[in-house]
Design a protein. Structure first.
Length: 352
């Protein structure tokens, strides 16, 4: 039946040129995966009896390269990823847009392409030669080795001076993860020494920084002010000395320390004019007088600070939303252009 289809009048070209059949040079048969081998020898014998001209083609790399872009094809796996699907390949190049191929049909198209090029030009296509594929594989290995970094060189002491150096390489993902961890730990490392000392220094600095950050997080500026307001009178800072200028405008500035503790320093300050605006800062202004007056001033300062802080937060959130909208707009435009480009390529391929 196969031979009759090949030699039928409808299969020949219009100018009555003879039909030429190109066969892969591999003459072995295989019964792998429970499938019967193709009757290649019987078909060749039947075609020879019918006077059909046959041509043997070296089928190296015909099932490994895509018939469109001549890139490497990879097997497809089942949904679980544990077993490869028999006879199905996928091209991962951007030109073919991850199209799925029948392995045998892909190999037949490559054999036809090799036969056409060898007939017209006399030479095998360079991409299907063993020399080119070997050079390509070596270049890929060299490029991957250059990207990977040797983490540690260990010399075995069993054979003394003749010991071989053992190189350990990370993959690209592992190398990037290691680089990220090193970048995170770099601010905590200081000085030199062996690995143990460096690790101890990093651990000490990280613990100190973490404890300070934890203190700042647990004891905020608002909590410091609240503690000062609700603190008993006997636990408050001492009153200014008697030799200081006793004026109604005597103030003591009190600022929260980085660790959440407040330190107060008494000072004689000149009276502030009523026309001069008082800058809104994180400093707490306390006036001498009754305890209720001090509490009211402290609470007013705290609420003013909270209102100013919320206004700044609103402005910052508006800026962040504007930046995110601009990023989303750029990403949408980029993906739209890429989709249009892929559609144009697909239309061009269909036209070909």
């Amino acid at each position: 039946d196969i031979c009759d289809r090949i030699t039928s009048p409808g299969a020949a070209v219009e100018d009555d040129r003879p039909v030429v059949v190109a066969f892969g040079a591999a003459m072995f048969s295989s019964c792998s995966r429970g499938h019967c081998p193709g009757p290649v020898k019987g078909v060749r014998r039947a075609l020879r009896e019918r006077g059909v001209e046959m041509y043997d083609v070296n089928e190296d790399y015909t099932s490994q390269l895509c018939n469109c872009c001549h890139g490497k094809v990879v097997p497809m796996y089942s949904q679980g990823g544990g077993m490869a699907i028999h006879g199905v390949r996928r091209c991962l190049s951007a030109t073919c847009m991850r199209k799925t191929l029948n392995r045998d049909v892909n190999a037949a198209l490559n054999i036809l392409y090799i036969f056409t090029v060898e007939t017209l030009q006399g030479d095998r296509p360079r991409v299907f030669t063993r020399k080119y594929q070997t050079e390509l594989a070596r270049a890929a290995v060299a490029f991957s080795t250059a990207r990977l970094r040797a983490v540690d060189n260990k010399i075995t002491t069993a054979d003394g001076a003749k010991a071989k150096k053992l190189r350990f390489f990370f993959s690209t993902a592992a190398d990037l993860a290691l680089l990220k961890e090193v970048a995170n730990l770099r601010p905590y490392a200081a000085g030199g020494g062996n690995k143990g000392q460096l690790f101890e220094t990093v651990a000490t600095n990280m613990s100190e920084c973490f404890n300070a950050a934890l203190t700042d997080r647990l004891l905020s500026y608002g909590e410091v002010l609240r503690n000062q307001v609700t603190k008993r009178r006997c636990h408050r800072p001492a009153a200014p000395p008697a030799n200081a200028a006793a004026t109604p405008a005597d103030t003591t500035t009190e600022k929260a320390a980085p660790t959440g503790k407040a330190e107060s320093t008494p000072a004689a300050v000149t009276p502030t004019p009523t026309d001069t605006p008082v800058p809104q800062t994180r400093q707490l202004v306390r006036t001498s007088g009754k305890s209720s007056g001090n509490q009211n001033v402290t609470i007013a300062s705290y609420f003013e600070f909270q209102m100013q802080y919320r206004e700044e937060e609103k402005v910052q959130q508006a800026r962040m939303l504007q930046i995110k909208r601009a990023k989303i707009k750029r990403a949408t435009s980029r993906w739209t252009k890429e989709l249009e480009f892929k559609k144009a390529n697909a239309a061009a391929e269909e036209t070909k």
